[in-house]
Design a protein around this ligand. Structure first.
Ligand code: ADP
Ligand code: MG
Length: 717
């Protein structure tokens, strides 16, 4: 095995050098660069890219007499005089330079709060002034001027024409960063390309050296796009290669089970017995999963589907496929409440197949609350295979839990589940084979992000809701809207029609105690005043399990028709009669959370409604782009994309940002085509040459960006 030889070139050494090696960067400047922007090495400086779309063309050099108005130009001449003006009553100075061009024409350039310019470039200094030429009253002016001092006889540098704008701070203005970047590029010898030439050709990409130079110093605005494409591709490719290599390392020896769907088996009878046909998306999922199950390679598939898209059915079918081969299957839920709910659902779904009938297959629950004595018995039954289907929490991963023949694991995922967990599942079998794993997620993740974060998983998307689903009509109202009273009348009407209503209380703060207090307040007001004639129940996270069950049961049965809740109802609650959801202070919720909450209504066949009260909104919905987005569509994937665009990468995993890939240029939504291409390329590369022995430069680059530890953090969050 060849491990990529250490590759150090002069260029690499320069990139690794401290930023103070760059000409013009003093020790003090280096400290500022590090403090303000985290720039330590030359590489950091060169990876501090200009803002996209904010390059300025400062224009062609022209004589003032020929200069076109309204266009960017550069005028060469001498400073005639400075005028410093202090407008009365304003904390502002305007330093106005008069530049006399070589043909004798005069043009003014104004600088705000920059009196020092008059001292730095006094009258008589030879300069090039660039900007958009305008006529104001009788004088010619340069708008947004940029002043460059010229040596006697020097002409402006044509390569200076396009000015990048860098993310900057007060202490480190963009122009200074531009100067440093230019000097860093000058110090950089030719930067060898690590990208295999086939890939460059395949996508028509620039070579690395050219791309890096052009993104900082384009000769024309049209050069920026191609430079960016190349660097975006690099970021995504190295991430994907890293993920694929990691998967390969940990799993290349993994042997799975061939357990194809069997004609006449339980799985097939299960589908035949359903009162409805599978949706097209579900059928596609059965095909994809079926092929994975049949293959001897272990399945690692992500099943994504919006709330109500029918993931549970797919999970049940997959587990039954294992049972048909005499194997066991387990479903892991993130919480006990959800595990219990899954047990209820599965019990009902599978009863027609004889599950839990005498002599039928057994379905059991194992959580942290399972009584010790019951638990001991259950563990014994699992170990000998008497229990075929298990539902539980992460507790099922514990060492003491042993199976006779574990075939399928379904993870109903709120938190991520990485390669490490999957390798641990292998220990659940005595023969070192790996069960097939299906990870389900109800949080719609934009495909772009899924492919990036779950780079090592195959992805199936249930992108189609079962027919007959009602769109949830969604409106944004200001909190103080006079229409609130009308809404309460409407609630009464719906309740009279046998329907139910959720009122979700604001997320006041990080403090659960305060949230609970707010919910208790709203409950009191609704129960005592507004809906004194109705049953109003309350659930929040501080209630005991028994109290909470009682409240939920009252709501489910209709004894209470209005349920006031904190976000505890976000996941898992299923009451088909619920048709109205009112969310107070909706501004405090994120898009995906609002979407999850709204998914609690519209589960039956009656038309459903969601009202988002906003303290920010005036009467138009434009005030909060997030609320407007939620009101505009019920498509969870579109909302997730919007969320990603509004809040940026990482928004969907707020608390896990530490593990996110370090993407400096790539924007997953906008650069989606590159996400897809880089993923395909990475798969191909790693499949044919897992250690990248044929591409040592690329191997070194991937290792540099994504060592194994980073990838592990990325995967399991
Ligand atoms: P998810 O788990 O994705 O939120 P579920 O599997 O709970 O969705 O399905 C939501 C509801 O839709 C359930 O009541 C289920 O019985 C029903 N359902 C699932 N698939 C279909 C289908 N193909 N046609 C009609 N109803 C379906
Ligand atoms: Mg298999």
């Amino acid at each position: 095995m060849t491990v990529g030889t250490a590759v150090t070139t002069d260029a690499q050494a320069w990139l690794a050098a401290p930023v103070s090696s760059v000409e013009g960067v003093t020790g003090r400047a280096a400290t500022t660069l590090e403090r303000a922007l985290g720039i330590v090495a030359v590489r950091d400086l060169l990876e501090h890219y200009p803002h996209q779309g904010r390059y300025r063309d400062i224009g062609e050099q022209v004589a003032l007499a020929d200069a076109p108005l309204g266009e960017p130009v550069t005028i060469v001449g001498t400073i005639g005089r400075w005028n410093v003006i202090r407008p009365r009553g304003r904390r502002l100075t305007i330093a106005k330079a008069q530049v006399v061009d070589d043909g004798g024409g005069r043009v003014e350039a104004s600088f705000f709060n920059q009196e020092w310019r008059a001292r730095q470039t006094p009258a008589g200094t030879r300069v090039a002034v660039s900007g958009t030429l305008e006529r104001f009253r009788s004088a010619l002016q340069v708008r947004n001027p940029k002043l460059v001092v010229l040596e006697e006889g020097e002409a402006p540098d044509e390569t200076d024409r396009i000015q990048p704008t860098y993310p900057a701070t007060e202490a480190l203005p963009s122009a200074r960063i531009a100067r440093y970047a230019t000097a860093a590029l000058q110090g950089l010898g030719f930067l060898p390309d690590y990208l295999p030439i086939e890939l460059r050709r395949r996508h028509g990409l620039l070579d690395l050296d050219t791309a890096l130079r052009r993104i900082h110093r384009p000769a024309g605005l049209d050069e920026v796009g191609a430079a960016r494409d190349r660097l975006v591709y690099d970021e995504l490719l190295s991430l994907q290669v890293g993920l694929q290599q990691r998967r390969h390392r940990l799993e290349s020896e993994a042997v799975g089970l061939a357990q194809p769907p069997l004609a006449g088996g339980l799985a097939e009878r299960f589908l035949a017995g359903l009162p409805f046909p599978p949706t097209g998306a579900q059928s596609r999922a059965f095909d994809g999963i079926g092929a994975d199950l049949a293959a001897a390679k272990p399945m690692h598939r992500l099943l994504q589907g919006d709330v109500g898209s029918g993931k549970t059915l797919v999970a049940a079918w997959t587990m039954l496929c294992a049972l048909d081969h005499g194997h066991q299957a387990v479903l892991m839920a993130p919480t006990e409440v959800l595990a219990e709910q899954h047990l209820r659902t599965f019990t009902a779904l599978l009863a027609p197949l004889g599950v839990n009938a005498p002599a039928g297959p057994r379905l059991e629950l194992l959580t942290g609350s399972t009584a010790l004595r019951r638990r001991r018995g259950l563990l014994a039954e699992l170990a000998v295979g008497d229990v075929g289907l298990l539902i539980g929490t992460h507790a099922v991963l514990e060492d003491v839990v042993a199976f006779d023949a574990l075939g399928v694991v379904v993870v109903d995922e709120q938190h991520r589940f990485g390669v490490e967990h999957r390798t641990r599942l292998r220990d659940k079998r005595t023969d070192d084979r790996s069960p097939d794993v299906l990870v389900m997620t109800a949080t719609p993740i934009p495909r772009s992000l899924a492919l990036t974060l779950y780079g090592d998983l195959d992805v199936t998307v249930l992108d189609e809701l079962p027919p007959g689903r009602q769109q949830v009509v969604t409106r944004v109202l200001p909190s103080a809207s006079p229409r609130r009273a009308r809404l309460y009348d409407f609630v009464r009407e719906r309740v009279a029609a046998g329907e139910r209503v959720y009122v979700v209380c604001p997320l006041v703060s990080e403090s659960e105690a305060l949230d609970v207090a707010a919910a208790e307040d709203v409950h009191r007001r609704l129960a005592d005043e507004v809906f004194a004639d109705l049953g109003v129940a309350l659930v929040h996270g501080r209630l005991s399990g028994v109290q909470r069950d009682a409240a939920m049961e009252a709501f489910r049965s209709g004894a209470a028709q209005v349920l006031v809740a904190t976000t505890v109802i976000e996941v898992g609650v299923d009451v088909p009669e619920a048709t109205v959801m009112i969310i107070e202070d909706a501004d405090r919720f994120g898009i995906s959370q609002l979407h999850q909450l709204r998914g609690r209504v519209g589960r039956g066949t009656a038309r459903s409604y969601c009202v988002l009260f906003s303290s920010a909104a005036s009467d138009d919905e434009g005030d909060s782009p997030r609320l407007a987005a939620v009101a505009a569509t019920t498509d969870g994937f579109r909302l997730a994309e919007t969320d990603l665009e509004l809040r940026g990468e990482g928004s969907l995993f707020d608390t896990r940002q530490s593990g996110l890939p370090d993407l400096k240029l790539a924007k997953l939504v906008r650069d989606f085509p590159w996400v897809v291409r880089s993923r395909e390329d990475a798969r191909e590369l790693v499949a044919s040459d897992p250690d990248l022995a044929g591409h040592p430069l690329l191997a070194a680059e991937v290792r540099r960006r994504y060592g194994d530890e980073r990838l592990a953090a990325l995967e399991t969050g």
